[in-house]
Ligand binder design. Structure first.
Ligand SMILES: Nc1ncnc2c1ncn2[C@@H]1O[C@H](COP(=O)(O)OP(=O)(O)OP(=O)(O)O)[C@@H](O)[C@H]1O
Length: 326
């Protein structure tokens, strides 16, 4: 039987149904059910860092809100660090940290340090621990020069780093991150990712990361879960996403001159630009026979194989699913 460390976050057949009422006439109201989360099961082991991705409206935020206890599930069973979130929200709050990229938990008009001092009291963090955590965050998140700046004057990247620090001052064992790199420039993204990687490796903090930026996932998570229409469509290694759906690789061929579309068995031309042609072939097939056949029949100057990028694979997954649903 799996222990608490294996099921540190446990989601078992969880559902969330919203009752939406819409006015459709003078006295008429229509009731509609929105199944935001439709029977999801997964568990996250202590110390794991897992990506949670899916298109807009898939049910990601609803899942996170249930995991923090803000929302009560309509069905199923949830446990975080052995605690049932909706029943013991305050007790759970001491064990988890939450960062919503699109919103701040900091006090807008106060200098950053004042927000941290308020959290120190709110969470009743022992003084020594507060100081040690603050020093560490200030150093690693580069907040030194920003502590006396009112939050509203911080750039988005600075504010995000400030928010991440705020979520970590009470030493949470679990960190939920909802779009932590949204709107950040390349340098800020790299800083945030580096920090999260070290935090997970060194402190063993369990991290559930929601993002639209697949580079976050590629750089941080070995495991990824994909949710769509409230259902879990994939849960596994990042590398395995490539095998989901009928994904394709691309052979890029440079010919000696412009030619009509080449013809080889097992591949199809998907694009032509001057002497360069792009051929799609199944990701599971070997490129070797294609290369041999091309080289034998055409004046090939150069060749390269492009792996499917994760975004294309996911787009393909959704397309396959829509087609299957008709
Ligand atoms: N309070 C609510 N009342 C009614 N419907 C809701 C409520 N909250 C969310 N929904 C609906 O539930 C579904 C899932 O929403 P959710 O916010 O969880 O998606 P998401 O995956 O986080 O999307 P995004 O990436 O856009 O944030 C959507 O159809 C949304 O409109």
């Amino acid at each position: 039987m799996a222990g608490l460390d294996d099921d540190f976050i446990l989601v078992d057949g969880v559902e969330k149904v919203f009752d939406v009422r819409k006015k459709t006439g003078f006295l008429r109201r229509e009731r509609r059910e929105v199944r935001a989360v439709d029977g999801i099961s997964f568990s996250v082991a202590r110390g794991e860092m897992v990506g949670y991705i899916g298109p807009n409206g898939a049910g990601k935020s609803t899942t996170i809100k249930m995991l923090t206890g803000i929302l009560t599930p309509s069905g199923g069973r949830l446990r975080v660090a052995g605690i049932e979130p909706a029943r013991e929200r305050t007790r759970l709050a001491r064990r988890i940290g939450v960062v919503f990229g699109q919103r701040t938990t900091l006090w807008w008009d106060l200098p950053l340090i004042d927000s941290y001092r308020l959290m120190h009291r709110m969470y009743r963090i022992p003084d020594a621990r507060f100081r040690a955590n603050l020093d560490r965050c200030v150093e690693l998140l580069d907040l030194g020069g920003l502590l006396d700046v009112p939050v509203r004057q911080l750039s988005l990247g600075q504010r995000m780093r400030g928010d991440i620090a705020a979520a970590l001052l009470h030493d949470p064992e679990v960190l939920y991150l909802d779009e932590p790199t949204i709107g950040l420039d390349v340098v800020s993204k790299a800083k945030v990712r580096g920090f999260l990687r070290d935090l997970n490796a060194e402190s063993g903090t369990t991290v559930l990361l929601t993002t639209h930026d697949l580079q976050d996932i590629e750089q941080l998570c070995r495991r990824v879960m994909v949710i769509d229409h409230g259902r879990l469509m994939y849960d596994g290694a990042l590398a395995g996403l490539h095998e989901v759906g009928e994904s394709e690789r691309t052979l890029v061929v440079d010919l000696a001159r412009e030619l009509p579309e080449v013809s080889v068995a097992g591949a199809r031309v998907v694009r032509v630009e001057g002497p360069r042609q792009w051929l799609a072939f199944p990701a599971s097939a070997s490129a070797a026979p294609l290369v041999t056949e091309l080289a034998a029949s055409y004046p090939v100057v150069d060749l390269s194989v492009r792996e499917p990028d994760i975004e294309a694979v996911i787009a393909q997954m959704y397309a396959d699913r829509s087609a299957a649903l008709g």
